[in-house]
Ligand binder design. Structure first.
Ligand SMILES: O=C([O-])CC(=O)C(=O)O
Ligand SMILES: [Mg+2]
Length: 217
């Protein structure tokens, strides 16, 4: 898995996910995850390379082994992405967050729920969780993990290990690893154009007038 340079990760931190989503789509790909996978705690932007885990329904009372391994063994700055088909239970919680913080994992993106949100808010102010919602029920005895670091699908988007996750209060975008540099450049262009359009709108006092130059919103 090629590593993404720190400067690139840092550059994405100042770009809105809306621009990143548009930039990925310029390559004919869907980068955005379903809007129902949302920032659980306000203001916690998340940028980092994906590690992926798959969960499937199962009545076995087994711990989520591949998720525990991802938390303990992934590189600092990683984003743990758990595919679980929209599980209506918590596939992440306070103890998993403690492990993630101890191992300098940047955050989690969950196709399911999270619990212990008060504990995460209080004890881990820099840890970002994006999930379908909060739910008090455990995953144990309802789902089991089946693999680590293979391609998964989360919220309608393909996520492969090493892809760059960019998430903010608009939601989550997955940038395919081979497009990271091109998407960064395109997203920066989009932000420059939109800043210019904003100025033109405010100066002209007209939305349509301000959009004329580029003929697009
Ligand atoms: O048991 C779970 O479902 C996860 C959990 O609460 C934790 O990590 O604290
Ligand atoms: Mg717990």
């Amino acid at each position: 898995m090629a590593t993404i340079p720190d400067e690139t990760v840092e550059a994405f931190r100042s770009i809105a996910t809306a621009s990143v989503a548009d930039a990925v789509e310029q390559h004919g790909l869907r980068g955005f995850l379903a809007g129902s996978i949302r920032q659980v705690l306000p203001g916690r932007k998340l940028v980092g390379p994906a590690v992926t885990v798959q969960e499937v329904p199962s009545p076995e009372p087994a711990p989520p082994e591949h998720a525990l391994q991802a938390i303990d063994e992934s590189a600092p700055g990683s984003v743990v992405c758990i595919a679980a088909g929209g599980a209506e239970v918590a596939i992440w919680g306070g103890l998993m967050t403690a492990g993630a913080v101890a191992n300098r994992i940047a955050g989690a993106v969950l196709d399911g729920g999270v619990r212990d949100v008060e504990e995460i808010r209080r004890d881990y102010p820099d840890f970002a969780v994006y999930a379908r919602g909060a739910v008090p029920a455990t995953t144990v005895g309802r789902y089991r993990t089946v693999f680590l670091n293979e391609p998964v699908e989360i919220g309608g988007a393909a996520v492969s290990p090493g892809d760059l996750i960019v998430a903010d209060s608009d939601g989550v975008v997955c940038v395919p690893a081979h497009l990271v540099d091109k998407v960064l450049e395109a997203a920066q262009d989009i932000e420059r154009r939109e800043r210019e359009q904003t100025a033109l709108i405010l100066e002209s006092g007209s939305l349509r007038g301000g959009l004329e130059k580029y003929n697009r919103i």
